[in-house]
Design a protein around this ligand. Structure first.
Ligand code: FES
Ligand SMILES: [Fe+2]
Length: 440
């Protein structure tokens, strides 16, 4: 269980909060590049509790700024996106993507003071289909994260976004809660139904593995392991990478180039990005008959987009309709009666409430990764607040290149970190970015 005061520190992300300040040290994924077209209508954007406006100007540059106009605070959402700038419709002041006021047409030229007016705008970079913004205190922003999945060319990349109506950490803890996989997602699966040649069958045979966890330079990592063939272990490795990235274990370690990002929109809404290499080996999806595993098929339909702060990437299956749970299917074919891994995860993390009261929990040995990750986040936030110490991943994002999630079989007598190092050396890295020395 976690004291209420620590839960507050972990979950609040607005300006001046410990976790909000920690996240503002890093570049933040703001939206997809495809959401912003040149000279199109500006878009409401909620990030870390700040109400912002995003637009792409006539030259293709992106502006992300406070939504209230610096003149008399009318919302720039109603602005005219025209000729390389956004013009407020109240009195016509116009701003470029850097927030400079470039026109003040309701003031006589002799009294014009546009040079002294600036809208609060954040730095923006586009990379591999995602718009990133830096909302932090530095004049010169740090480098972008060196995460391979987030640098893949478009034709080799799968990228999916959806909104979750709960706190960011709740969503993230679902990614590192490996123990749920054998129940929520494949609880109805019998070991006899799985291809006897796939190593992933060991996760079906034994759903109560042992765990190793440790703090790392990038955050935290774990391995869940159980005996496979005599003298061997089936390992599932995964990572949390500061401040909101995860590499999950669900796939073959060798080519599992994948990343999940849980970006807080505010304290109670999260935008979740799933990015992966399209040529990686698919995870366990079929029975030995070749039929799909019941309940696993993804069906992530979106509700129509609106201009509201919360109007983007909302799923059709949601809390209001109980995620279309089918009790017949739950009884006879699928464990949950909820169709699709993504939808099952969504239901599990949202049904706890917007911000779960972690003082009510009874954590088990299977939750050690969650406990360690909370501690890691609290420590990083406290060190920043008290000692102005910035986590090493801010200025040296190459640290991320030493992490890889996924499953493999290793000899039982080999130490888990040695097994990790060996498999790192053999892993495929499409952009050659993986650093394969042992984890520190
Ligand atoms: S409030 Fe925007 S120009 Fe006056
Ligand atoms: Fe899951």
């Amino acid at each position: 269980m976690l004291p209420v005061s620590e839960n507050e520190k972990l979950t609040r992300v607005g300006p001046g909060t410990p976790m909000g300040d920690l996240m503002r040290q890093y570049w933040i994924p703001a939206c997809l590049s495809s959401e912003l077209e040149a000279d199109a209508a500006p878009m409401r954007l909620l990030l870390l509790g700040e109400q912002l406006i995003a637009f792409r100007d006539s030259s293709g540059r992106i502006g992300i700024m406070e939504h209230r106009c610096p003149h008399r605070c009318a919302s720039l959402f109603f602005g005219r996106n025209e000729e390389n700038g956004l013009r407020c419709v109240y009195h016509g002041w116009k701003f470029d993507v850097e927030g400079n006021c470039v026109d003040m047409p309701n003031v006589r030229p002799a009294r014009d003071f546009k040079d002294q007016v600036k809208a609060r705008a954040y730095k923006v970079v586009e990379r591999a289909g995602v718009v990133w913004t830096y909302m932090g205190p530095r004049a010169a922003a740090p480098p972008l994260p060196a995460i391979e999945a987030l640098m893949l060319p478009e034709h080799e990349r799968g990228l999916r976004v959806h909104q979750r109506e709960c706190n960011w950490l709740q969503s993230l803890e679902g990614d590192i809660d490996t123990s749920h996989f054998g129940f929520l997602h494949i609880g109805s699966l019998d070991a006899a139904d799985v291809d006897p040649h796939t190593m992933h069958r060991w996760g079906v045979v034994d759903r109560a593995p042992d765990y190793k966890v440790r703090e790392t330079e990038w955050g935290t990592m774990y391995a869940a392991y159980r005996e496979a063939e005599p003298g061997t272990c089936y390992y599932r490795f995964a990572h949390f990478l500061l401040p909101f990235f995860t590499f999950t274990p669900n796939g073959t370690f060798q080519d599992q180039v994948q990343c999940t990002i849980n970006v807080p929109m505010d304290d109670t809404h999260t935008m979740t990005y799933n990015v992966g290499w399209s040529r990686r080996t698919p995870a366990l999806q079929t029975l030995k008959t070749g039929e799909p595993i019941p309940g696993l098929n993804a069906d992530m339909k979106y509700l129509p987009r609106t201009n509201d702060w919360y109007g983007r990437w909302r799923l059709e299956a949601r809390r209001d309709n109980d995620y279309f749970i089918d009790r017949e299917a739950q009884r006879y074919t699928s464990y949950t009666g909820i169709q699709g891994i993504g939808r099952q995860d969504q239901a599990a993390v949202e049904c706890m409430g917007e911000i779960v009261d972690r003082s009510l929990e009874h954590l088990a040995p299977s939750d050690r990764m969650i406990t360690l990750t909370r501690r890691c986040l609290l420590k990083a936030a406290r060190e920043l607040q008290d000692e102005k110490k910035v986590p090493p991943t801010v200025d040296n994002p190459d640290i991320y290149r030493r992490a890889r999630g996924g499953a493999f079989i290793a000899p039982a007598h080999v130490d888990w970190l040695d097994a990790y190092a060996r498999n790192m050396r053999e892993a495929v890295s499409p952009l050659g970015m993986l650093i394969t020395e042992a984890a520190q």
